[in-house]
Every structure is written in C-alpha cells, then in structure tokens.
Write a protein that binds this ligand. Structure first.
Ligand SMILES: NC(=O)CC[C@H](N)C(=O)O
Length: 426
C-alpha cells in the first residue's frame, strides 16, 4: 500500500481534497496537489456554506477526494465511470446497465430539473452512486415531482457533490476505469476503504441476474404521443420476445411505437420456451457488467439465432458477438454519453449516438460472414454487427437513446422490416 500518500491524507485532518499521481493502478505515489477545496470545505455562495465535506471517495489508486453527501449515507463500493451527457441524469440513474458503477457526470450542474415519473428507464436505481460537481440548490421544471436528493435518499443511493469531477475524469481517461469506495462513515479508516476498493472487482461477475425481471410480462406502452417522432401507422403487429438483461423501458416503448406486441422474459428464460411461443422476433437487451461472465446467456442466444430475426442492443450485441464465436474485451474507460459519432458502414451515414458500455466485441475474433456494420469514430471500435443469413443485427450503442439523440432510431425500423420479410416468406 502507498503509505506516503495515506500518511499525507490522514495526517491532514480535516482531510483536504488531495490527489496523488501514479503511472499504474498500484505502486508508489507522489502527491501532486495538496488542496483544491476552499478553506470552508469547498462551500461557495449559494451552496449551503454551513455544510462541509463529510464524505470520502477513495479510489483504488490511493487518491482520496473529499466531497459533500446527498441522497443516502453509508459506505458503497463500485467502479467509477464518467458520463458526458449534458441532460438526462434521471434516465442515467435508472439505466440498469450501471449496476455496480458510480456514474460521474462531466456536466457540472446537476439536479436543476428535479425528477419525474415519466423519465424512469426502470423501476429501480441499480447504480452504486452518483458523483457530481455542483448540486442545484433549486429545481425548476413543469414535470418535476421531487428534488434529486430526496429521490436518491428514498432509493438508498449515495450521491456526492462539490468534488473536482474534471480532475477525476482526467485520471480515469489516463489510467482507465478505477474502483472506488464512497463513505460517509467516520469510523472507517482511509486504509479500510482503500483495502475495500482494492479487493472488490467487477470483472468476471454476472450482474444481469440481479437486475432482470423474475417472471415474463407483457409490455404495451408506446412513446407518449406528446414526444412521438416516428411510428408505424400501417397497423401491422409483430410479436417480439424481449430478453431482460436489464432492459431500458425506452427500448420497449420504441418497439411498441413501431407496432410490436412485446413479451418481456427473464435473463434465464429457456430458449426452447421462447421458440415455443413462435415470436416474430427476439430482442437481446442491454445489461450491466462483464459479457464474458454470463455463458448461460450466450448459450440461450446460440439456440435462438438463425430461427427467428434477432436484434441485440449493447449487452445483447456483446452476447451475439460471443454466440457467433467472437470474444469481448474490457475497454480502458468505456463509452458513456450522448455524443458519440458512429459511422453506419452500409449507408456511410454518421449517427450521433447514446452510449453506455465498458466492454466491446473484438471484430478480429469474429468468423467469416459476420459483417461489422457500424464503427465508433472516436476510437474505431466495433459498434454494430449483422449476419443476414441468420437474420441477425446488433448495435453496441443505444438506438432508444433516453437520454440522447434520436439519430439511431431507424434501427428499430430495420428490425421490424426484417420481421416483416420473414413473415412474408413463411
Ligand atoms: N449498456 C449495456 O448493455 C452495457 C453492456 C456491458 N455491461 C458493458 O459495460 O459493456
């Protein structure tokens, strides 16, 4: 353990917001900056100056970040990722794919629109916690039903503010995603928290079974007419089975808007049962964690592909990649935001997309015949696959957006077209 840095942090109580630099995740520390907080504990005018830093975010690299707590209190471990979306914090908070992760918002001002029932992407918040720069002291939105802090407290989710989110983001970009521990508990020592962060891991863990539904259910809600921008007016209906690996509601709403009647099934729902229901198509949803840690889901996908048209989204795309014989790998810090350019290699069109993933399919491991249809223009990673003979398409990102731009919504139309063609040929 890095005694030098810890001595520094512990010997300076009340702890200044300090950060240490190091070239790898473990090893010697050098203190780069001793204090970045205001002497009052970071309070500035209008930000409740009586409230001083009462929370530590301890990263596995040994850095300790002092912050103020909102939402729940306690101690929580998770992987820290940064999200560059400018809006949509509530959709992000309710995206089950963030299970096990702290989401750090790079947009500095969060909470100004409060929360409302309509923007939920799932019934629960599964993320480890929220890290923000500045918590809005008031909410102003006609749809707001409660302030963000109350919402997080009710759902037992920890949040921190008044922390240098830019500095943490730069660290994550340089060193890669880091495990962190958030704690409001003064009885826990820095060493204990650091130890927690260094002994916990998210790689190799099945997180989808913890967020999936327990039993099948029907979904009927379309995108609300007030927000609708594209839908199926021809009256055709398609029965779609949606595997819930942590499915976002907007995937279901968009499918319903395009005329699908949807049955959502749990992550471990047998492929044989799905095929017995004779669906027109199957969706493999988004979901949290390491796609190589859920071989049972890959097996299910293998049994279904080739028999009905399928569409994989994010985790679903990664499962399809593996079912086709490919491998996934962990990216340095992943993609989380609403501003990622992706090129559709078939049309040449560039879509600005919503993304949330830490893993990707390695296209070099895919067998012949699998077509890479989309590429992320920021880093060249694989963003979409197709295998027309198997009636298969997948995207690494989020055509349902929520939050994010709607450029990729036509992917749902493509899936519906695939089902319509299959129906005609039958
Ligand atoms: N949104 C998702 O489905 C995320 C997929 C996977 N958990 C990843 O991080 O890559």
């Amino acid at each position: 353990m890095a005694a030098k840095s810890m001595d520094f942090a512990m010997g300076s109580h009340p702890l200044p917001s300090c950060f240490a630099s190091k070239s790898s995740k473990v090893g010697a520390f050098t203190v780069r900056c001793s204090s970045v907080t205001h002497p009052t504990g970071g309070a500035t005018i209008g930000e409740r100056p009586w409230k001083v830093a009462n929370t530590r975010l301890v990263l596995e690299d040994g850095s300790i970040w002092m912050a103020k707590s909102f939402g729940a209190s306690g101690t929580q471990v998770g992987e820290v990722v940064f999200n560059t979306s400018l809006t949509g914090y509530q959709e992000i908070l309710t995206d089950p794919s963030y299970a096990g992760q702290f989401v750090l918002m790079t947009n500095p001002h969060i909470g100004n629109t409060g929360v409302n029932f309509d923007d939920e992407e799932s019934q629960q918040c599964f993320l480890a916690g929220l890290v923000i720069r500045s918590l809005s002291i008031s909410t102003s939105n006609w749809r707001c039903t409660k302030p963000l802090g109350h919402y997080l407290a009710e759902r037992n989710i920890m949040g921190i503010y008044d922390v240098d989110t830019r500095a943490i983001t730069r660290r994550l970009r340089q060193d890669g995603s880091l495990i962190g521990v958030l704690s409001t508990e003064v009885t826990k020592t820095d060493e204990e928290l650091l130890e927690m962060s260094r002994t916990w891991d998210i790689v190799g863990v099945d997180l989808i079974s913890g967020v999936s539904c327990n039993a099948p259910y029907e979904w009927i809600d379309k995108t609300d007419s007030e927000w609708e921008f594209s839908c199926n007016r021809r009256g055709e209906t398609f029965h779609v089975i949606a595997y819930d690996f942590g499915i976002k509601h907007n995937i279901l709403r968009r499918l319903a808007s395009y005329g699908c009647k949807i049955t959502v099934v749990p992550s471990k729902w047998p492929a044989s049962e799905t095929l017995k229901m004779k669906p027109d198509g199957v969706i493999f949803s988004n979901g949290p964690g390491d796609p190589s840690a859920v071989p049972y889901a890959v097996e299910t996908v293998k049994e279904i592909i080739g028999k009905v048209p399928v569409f994989g989204i994010c985790m679903g795309h990664q499962l399809l990649g593996q079912a086709l014989g490919g491998k996934t790998f962990k990216m340095k810090f992943g993609h989380h935001g609403g501003n990622h350019p992706v090129r559709n290699l078939r049309s040449g069109r560039v879509e600005i997309s919503a993304q949330n993933h830490n893993y990707a399919v390695d296209p070099a491991t895919l067998p012949k015949g699998v077509e890479v249809t989309h590429v992320n223009l920021n880093d060249g990673s694989c963003a979409g696959l197709a295998f027309p003979q198997l009636k298969l398409m997948s995207l690494q990102y989020h055509p349902e957006a929520s939050p994010g731009p709607h450029d990729s919504d036509p992917a749902f139309v493509e899936f519906v077209r695939m089902m319509a063609q299959e129906k005609q040929q039958a």
